[in-house]
Design a protein around this ligand. Structure first.
Ligand code: FPP
Length: 245
């Protein structure tokens, strides 16, 4: 890693966070600053996404969730939405071999409705071809909303209650997780949000109860592995108490 020789903020590989979430924000502003269409910012964002995913895997990170498209992002102009979906489709084609060679398990997180059939097929293919890997799990949050995930869990619970398959006293913070999109997804330890915005935006609401938050003004297309190193380095110097003392 020659470019980081002089970087004093190298994360300690022996105590990495188990699960990092990234809100890949700032593509539109990055493009606007350059007089380019917003979609050019998303295209640049995909390149950074690929670079960061494999860098994180090389670091030894076990779980990474990226926020690609929220349930609220449908409000954007159709042209922009279509372009993001097309970029995702293309990203799967281009990165599939790397996911397989590098043993990255890919899982999509979110509602499948409104996603077009051909993209769904590709999502299913990459999930199927990588499901046996356990180096790193990459969750791609697509048409994802934390509130929607919680509501969908409540609906499954209500259904089980009405069928008599579940008792009220068995609904606990521990058992609730079983009804989320993935019952085995771990709590997120660190959420990284570039671009200067400091909010959660409906990301991993259930899983982020005790997440550490890390913000930076850098726009996502300018995000470099050194920012990931710094975010994790800072995380490693925080005092997590989980409500204790
Ligand atoms: C936020 O920037 C970005 C998005 C809503 C879409 C993110 C999409 C990608 C990085 C490309 C597709 C993803 C993958 C995983 C291949 P913004 O548009 O809100 O930027 P702004 O806040 O500057 O307007």
């Amino acid at each position: 890693m020659p470019i980081f020789k002089k970087n004093k903020f190298l994360a300690d590989r022996s105590c990495l966070p188990n699960h990092v979430g990234i809100i890949m924000d700032g593509n539109g502003r990055w493009a606007k600053k350059r007089g380019l269409p917003r979609t050019a910012g998303h295209a640049a964002g995909v390149k950074v996404f690929k670079n960061i995913v494999f860098y994180a895997k090389d670091m030894g990170l076990k779980n990474l969730t990226v926020y690609a498209f929220s349930t609220e992002n449908w409000k954007r102009p159709k042209k922009e939405v279509d372009k993001i979906m097309q970029l995702l489709d293309q990203m799967i084609d281009e990165a599939l071999d790397d996911f397989m060679n590098q043993k990255v398990r890919v899982r999509f997180l979110g509602d499948r409705d409104k996603i077009n059939e051909s993209l769904l097929k590709k999502m299913d293919l990459v999930m199927d071809l990588t499901k046996q890997f356990n180096n790193t799990t990459l969750y791609i949050a697509l048409n994802y909303g934390g509130r929607q995930e919680i509501v969908s869990a409540v609906r499954k619970i209500a259904d089980n209650l009405s069928k008599g398959e579940l008792r009220i006293q068995d609904i606990t913070p521990q058992s609730f997780g079983k009804y989320l999109y993935y019952e085995d997804i771990d709590s997120v330890d660190l959420i990284i949000r570039p671009s200067g915005e400091q909010r959660i935006s409906n990301f991993l609401l259930w899983q982020s109860a005790y997440a550490e938050l890390w913000f930076s003004d850098v726009l996502w297309p300018d995000f470099k592995p050194e920012h990931l190193e710094k975010a994790i380095y800072d995380y490693q110097h925080r005092n997590r108490r989980f409500g204790g003392i």
